[in-house]
Design a protein around this ligand. Structure first.
Ligand code: VAH
Length: 344
């Protein structure tokens, strides 16, 4: 009898690195990792199987479903907000059609096992579309059902659609058939803020200025921040992002009153991030070179989000507030990663 497995798409991405690193400590299931890129050498020892392939390849997904008793899908593969604007066709295909294919696969897996396949989905604060900077600054902590009808990025629209697609597969897929809805998928989503990892760098996001500036400073490389100094957004560090995925996956279904949950930790301005980074790396050369398009995106994303539903339903709370995030985790870790000496 094969051991149960979890499937991680986008395994070579930032969240994928953190999730595999965490899950490998558990030993009661196999990790099936999938990515269109080769898997980072540092991860391969932790994975029972790595599949280099495309989530648009339905034949491949069917083969995976026939081969592995997958009980949970962590669907991380995605084009991020800035990358999606540069390649909208690819973004729609991967972010939407790829997700549709994986939900269909999860349905088949659930039908085979007789237990609904858990489908853990990282949505994003990009799902929000505040109408202007004035409203952004006065809105306070935004809840999951606020400001989601005027989203301006394709990535944010993709995320909103897939949040609803997941709910459809969970509750309504097959409803027109005589036997009614199939209900083989247990879809659960978090809306992530900007994520900062000490281990990896983001590709194609619009919150990338946060991680990019600290990694650049630790390498004594000049950095041009592409948003205004006053830009305030919610962030959290990667270990807390992984914690939220693990807690949500493990939560008893009966405790969940929502399908989509906000999670966050701290909300600095870009200038506050610069001040922290310069405090740790006094020689850091950080300038501002505002990218008007990316600034327009972030001006529609909330200053802060209300994560009380996640705290209430499944015990969410970040381990790292802003001070701990930088002074206990990020700064020591990037110094070690790059062997940074102060003043060199
Ligand atoms: C991005 N980091 O910048 C992602 C995030 C808040 C948006 O999902 O696209």
């Amino acid at each position: 009898m094969k051991r149960e497995a979890v499937l991680i798409t986008g395994a070579n991405g930032e969240i994928g690195h953190g999730l595999i690193d965490y899950l490998q400590q558990k030993c009661d299931f196999d990790i099936i990792a999938m990515d269109i890129q080769p898997l980072d050498e540092s991860l391969s020892a932790y994975c029972h199987q790595f599949i280099q392939g495309n989530i648009l390849d339905v034949k491949l997904l069917n083969e995976i479903a026939n081969q592995y008793p997958i009980r949970t899908v962590y669907h991380l593969a995605s084009l991020l907000s800035t990358g999606a604007e540069k390649n909208p066709e690819l973004a729609h295909n991967v972010n939407v059609n790829g997700t549709f294919n994986l939900l269909k696969m999860a349905d088949i897996l659930g039908e085979k096992s007789g237990v609904a396949t858990k489908f853990i989905y990282p949505s994003s604060i990009a799902a929000y579309g505040l109408p202007g900077i004035k409203e952004k600054m006065s809105a306070g902590k935004v809840t999951e059902d606020q400001y989601i009808s005027s989203t301006i990025t394709l990535y944010g629209i993709n995320k909103l659609y897939c949040e609803n697609l997941g709910r459809y597969f969970m509750d309504y897929y097959g409803q027109i058939q005589p036997e009614g809805a199939r209900k083989n998928v247990d879809f659960r989503a978090v809306r992530f803020p900007g994520l900062i990892s000490a281990i990896t760098l983001p590709t194609g996001g619009t919150t990338d200025y946060g991680p990019e500036m600290i990694h650049a400073a630790a390498q004594n490389k000049p950095y041009a921040c592409f948003v205004r100094p006053d830009t305030r957004l919610p962030f959290m560090v990667m270990p807390d992002a992984i914690k939220s995925l693990i807690l949500l996956e493990a939560a008893p279904k009966a405790s969940l009153t929502q399908t989509v949950y906000n999670v966050t930790s701290f909300s600095p301005t870009a200038q506050e991030l610069v001040d922290i980074v310069k405090g740790a790396f006094p020689d850091a050369q950080i300038a501002y070179k505002v990218d008007e398009s990316r600034q327009r995106f972030v001006d529609t994303w909330p200053v802060d989000i209300d994560d009380s539903a996640a705290r209430r339903d499944w015990g969410w709370a970040p381990e790292y507030d802003q001070d701990r995030a930088f002074y206990e985790l990020l700064i020591p870790a990037v110094k070690q990663r790059y062997g940074t000496k102060i003043g060199h």
